[in-house]
Design a protein around this ligand. Structure first.
Ligand code: ZN
Length: 606
């Protein structure tokens, strides 16, 4: 099209120069666009009310937004009755785990939610340098293509693990320099900032000054600090305070991931935390957050309704520690241990770089590394462990022991969330799915503790609802909060995954705008478009505005559905009729067309 226009212009110019009278029409030739979206109700990313507009796209950008755009286009999309918004930006995802595998690079579970950009490398864990360098990851994605755009963060936990392993101590000055060099390397290669997971090993071993020193490396690049804060329970305020301190002392914006508070006793604390954040913001600091709209955190491995010590007996529980697991390895050589490790890490085939890393570990650290993974796995076997199960049933049948077990189970449930806040996710008795423990007890005419024991013995998966709805709504209304799913790019249909991986963005619109108007549509759209773009310092994304990159969602609100459920999580959301990433259609008439138009968004050095 462009070439045609150039030739036409050139021809007219030549004819004019040689003085030949040309019959130039009174009207300018109609503009030609790559794509034209007509008559859609446009939410432009601001808080302004929507208006019916046409949107023209050429060369990957939005070139015109107007009441009516005449002219031809390579493709015209009739959007009458549909909503047009900027592409959604997910501030917090773990899709880089799944995207290790080429077949997951489209991130269809996100495209179908209208997501056109994801931020990965979260919670202190980046896909490099253990597995690959940042530039390897970015290079592979750029060459082979990805569904949504992606920005990558360098993970503090990953960096610490490389330099200090799983050791619980401060780095020496020399080690700190090594960590800083790794962060710098990632920033030079295109990372957008630093992430921490101060609740996970080994991130939790780091004290605040260590994080400040690493964040200082990121600041001159104009990078950002994303953090899974140290505590999301009773010490929420202190943990938020730490994020603010890091922002202030390192001189960079701090962004709090999946902002929430867990545990019934702590519900409501988010209000105080919001006050602390707002006080910091009014002092001129850039503190922001993201949120997912769910009452539960992990989709699995679910909560055990019977405490471990009650299940295997107090004595046995006191005896078995991670140290015991470590001892089992004493007779294995280093090579055998690494072979074993390969078997217990189901998520990644080990890269040569990681094997090299493991081979370089001193014996003790290698053993700890493997033992911590194995111990975690063994702890979730529960009822499937037949020996434990037989012993438990024997103790349960004993009048005294049985009474004690029931008391302990009931106390654990009451002390944690209460029977009304555990929900059956998966059960062989399908009618129990979606019901609370309290409802199951009533249905079966049993005590709460007996219902809990029965559910556990049938290996039902119960999900603790750690967060409360009023807190979710309170956070959602804040104008400094964006959306972040915390989801993954799972292999479709395999295993179980949190429904947030499939539903976050459309659920927010469906549940909190359409079904129950907690926030306005403009507020919801802004929280997942222009606001995240501003947080990430992207000035040409997140808006339906001339000159911006053409990341666009065309949504049918009447057809919006989020069928993914706890027991059947691998179900794509519905309602996105068209999705453009960098001006190219990826979802066309509700179907993915195989296009991978996403780009890796590197930080422009400031
Ligand atoms: Zn996290």
């Amino acid at each position: 099209m462009i070439l045609k226009r150039i030739l036409l212009c050139a021809a007219i110019t030549v004819l004019a120069l040689i003085g030949v009278s040309t019959a130039i029409p009174a009207q300018q030739p109609a503009a030609a666009y790559d794509l034209l979206i007509k008559h859609g109700l446009v939410y432009d990313g601001s808080l302004a009310p929507p208006s019916k507009m046409d949107v023209a796209v050429s060369g990957g950008r939005i070139v015109k937004v107007a009441k009516s755009i005449p002219g031809t286009a390579g493709r015209v999309i009739e959007a009458d009755g549909l909503i047009v918004t900027p592409g959604f930006i997910d501030l917090h995802t773990h899709v880089d785990d799944g995207m290790y595998f080429p077949e997951n690079r489209a991130c269809l579970n996100y495209l179908t939610q209208g997501v056109t950009t994801v931020v990965v490398g979260q919670c202190g864990s980046s896909a490099w340098p253990i597995f690959e360098k940042a530039e390897d990851l970015i290079g592979t994605w750029t060459k082979e293509g990805i569904g949504p755009n992606a920005a990558v963060l360098v993970g503090h936990g990953t960096v610490r693990n490389i330099v200090l392993g799983m050791e619980n101590r401060d780095p020496t000055p020399d080690e700190l320099e090594k960590m800083k060099a790794l962060v710098k390397e990632a920033m030079d290669q295109g990372a957008s900032g630093l992430s921490t997971g101060l609740i996970y090993l080994p991130g939790s071993y780091a004290k605040t000054p260590e994080v400040i020193e690493l964040a200082k490396v990121v600041a001159p690049y104009g990078g950002i600090y994303h953090t899974h804060i140290r505590n999301e329970r009773n010490n929420l305020l202190k943990a938020v305070g730490e994020a603010i301190e890091i922002s202030e002392k390192a001189g960079l914006p701090a962004h709090i991931s999946h902002f929430k508070v867990m545990g019934k006793a702590n519900w409501g604390l988010v209000k105080d935390a919001c006050d602390v954040i707002e006080a910091a913001r009014s002092r001129g600091l850039t503190i922001t957050a993201d949120q997912y709209p769910y009452r539960f955190t992990n989709g699995y491995p679910y909560s055990r309704l019977i405490p471990r010590a009650t299940w295997i007996g107090r004595e046995a529980a006191d005896r078995l520690t991670a140290g015991d697991v470590t001892k089992i390895f004493d007779h294995l050589g280093d090579g055998e241990l690494i072979e074993l490790y390969k078997k217990v890490t189901p998520f990644y085939p080990l890269s040569p770089r990681q094997v090299e890393f493991l081979n370089g570990l001193p014996r003790k650290r290698l053993v700890d590394f493997v033992a911590s993974d194995l111990f975690e796995l063994s702890d979730f076997q529960g009822p499937q462990n037949m020996r434990e199960r037989r012993l438990f049933l024997k103790r349960l049948a004993d009048p005294d022991e049985g009474r004690k077990i029931r008391q302990e189970v009931r106390a654990a449930i009451d002390n944690a969330l209460g029977p009304e806040n555990y929900v059956v996710g998966i059960s062989v008795e399908k009618n129990l799915e979606g019901k609370t423990l309290k409802e199951v007890a009533a249905l079966k005419g049993k005590s709460v503790e007996d219902a809990a024991i029965e559910l556990e013995l049938m290996d039902a998966k119960c999900i603790p609802f750690q967060m409360c709805e009023p807190d979710i709504e309170y956070i959602m209304k804040k104008d400094w909060v964006g959306t972040g799913s915390d989801g993954t790019a799972p292999s479709y249909g395999i295993g179980l995954t949190h429904i947030r991986s499939y539903t976050t963005f459309l659920r927010k619109i469906k549940n909190y705008v359409l079904d129950k108007p907690v926030i306005s549509m403009s507020h919801a759209v802004r929280s997942q478009t222009s606001w995240p773009a501003q947080i990430m310092k992207w000035d040409d994304r997140g808006w339906i505005k001339e000159g911006c990159k053409a990341d666009i969602v065309v949504l049918n609100p009447a057809a919006l559905k989020t069928p993914s459920s706890i027991s059947n999580s691998h179900q794509y959301s519905q309602g996105v009729d068209y999705l453009l990433v960098n001006g190219r259609l990826e979802i066309d008439q509700k179907k993915w067309n195989g296009v991978l138009a996403g780009q890796v968004l590197k930080l422009k050095k400031s």
